[in-house]
Design a protein around this ligand. Structure first.
Ligand code: PLP
Length: 355
């Protein structure tokens, strides 16, 4: 158990008046959770303090060599005003998987969960009420040693910041257009692709930027070695429904093991669908499309939950998926997942944790 000290803010900010204008990740709550780590002492000085700037040496390791990991999750408000989380222990287990890869000290899952509950309890009035809006939660760890030598740090900070965010879909579940990236790669097996670390996102920005210039919302990454096999999209895993079967790339080290991915696969299995996690080449997708067997394509991730793909471009070929409309399974998955998250459907999977 952490011994959390509270230093509460004396001047609370006004809550957003119009939740439909929140956007994503721009507004922060009044407080944040902070805890330090020092080699030999372990994690110490757990505290909830006013949200604000922090002071670090310009030599702090995180600025130079990117020793940083993060998580992304949400708190949801139910129709009767309760607040709940979706599989939060999975996020903190994954944080430790990322920590191991980046030689960051382990953070006990129970401690991280205690910190999460304590902070959201203080900030519970910030959890939005609007349909589809939520309190986005960003836990992260950075190396703070003021030393330019390349080695794992001896000093770290774990923080949680909270951002009330608007509905991802303000005008219904609109399909997005994505293209297959054939120039840049995001990660390779043996690298850090399976971790949530800033470096993976830094590697993805050039591709993302190019996609935006061409009016595509995201890129679909291929494997970094053969440039043939499908990996994932920006901050989402990708799924295909081919001839009634749900197919998604297997977890082999270069893609992020999404909690939404895992939950969607569990639901599909429960519904009796054929599910397969395996290698999928972009050629196979193109062939399935030509044969009229590519029924639905969608991304999965905490932010959007399900993001239907309307157009998928590979070289000169543009595949229009399901007439650029959300598919039946995509819609059912979205309704089931969000129904559970917002407490509008019973949680028969044991995924919901109440504040
Ligand atoms: C976070 C993330 C995902 C989605 O993971 P969820 O746990 O479902 O939110 C997928 N890909 C990448 C690269 C990510 O960072």
């Amino acid at each position: 158990m952490l011994n959390i000290k509270y230093e509460l803010s004396q001047n609370l900010k006004a809550k957003p008046e119009d939740e439909s204008k929140l956007g994503f990740g721009k507004v922060f709550t009044d407080h944040m959770f902070v805890m330090d780590y020092t080699t030999g002492k372990g994690w110490h000085d757990a505290r909830i303090v006013p949200f604000g700037e922090i002071s670090l040496s310009p030599a702090a390791m995180v600025f130079h060599y990117g020793q940083e990991i993060f998580e992304g999750m949400k708190a949801y408000r139910t129709p009767n005003g309760d607040i709940q989380f979706f599989r939060p222990e999975e996020n903190f287990k994954r944080l430790n998987v990322s920590a191991e890869r980046l030689v960051i000290p382990e953070l006990p899952v129970e401690d991280a969960l205690q910190a999460l509950h304590a902070l959201v309890e203080v900030e519970k009035d910030w959890v939005p009420h609007n349909d589809g809006a939520s309190l986005y939660i960003r836990p992260f760890i950075i190396a703070t040693d003021p030393i330019l030598g390349v080695r794992p740090g001896d000093n770290y900070m774990f923080m949680i910041i909270l951002s009330p965010s608007g509905a991802y879909y303000s005008t219904g579940l609109n399909p997005v257009d994505i293209y297959v990236e054939t120039n840049y790669v995001r990660a390779v097996r043996g690298g850090m692709g399976y971790t949530k670390t800033g470096g993976n996102y830094a590697a993805s920005l050039a591709g993302q930027d190019e996609a935006h210039k061409q009016n595509y919302s995201q890129v679909l990454w291929l494997d970094g070695v053969e440039r043939k096999y499908i990996e994932e999209v920006g901050a989402m895993n990708i799924m295909f429904i081919i001839d009634g079967e749900i197919v998604t790339p297997e977890l082999q080290g270069s893609i992020l093991p999404g909690i939404t991915r895992k939950s969607v696969l569990d639901l599909c299995r429960k519904w009796g669908m054929k599910v397969s996690e395996r290698r999928i080449s972009i050629q196979e997708i193109s062939d399935a499309y030509d044969a009229g067997k590519l029924q639905e394509v969608f991304g999965t991730g905490t932010a959007a939950v399900i993001s239907p793909v309307g157009h998928l471009k590979w070289g000169d070929k543009v595949m229009e998926i399901n007439g650029n409309k959300i598919g039946e399974i995509s819609q059912k998955l979205y309704d089931t997942m969000t129904g559970m998250q917002y407490g509008k459907l019973p949680d028969d999977m044991g995924w919901i944790v109440k504040l």
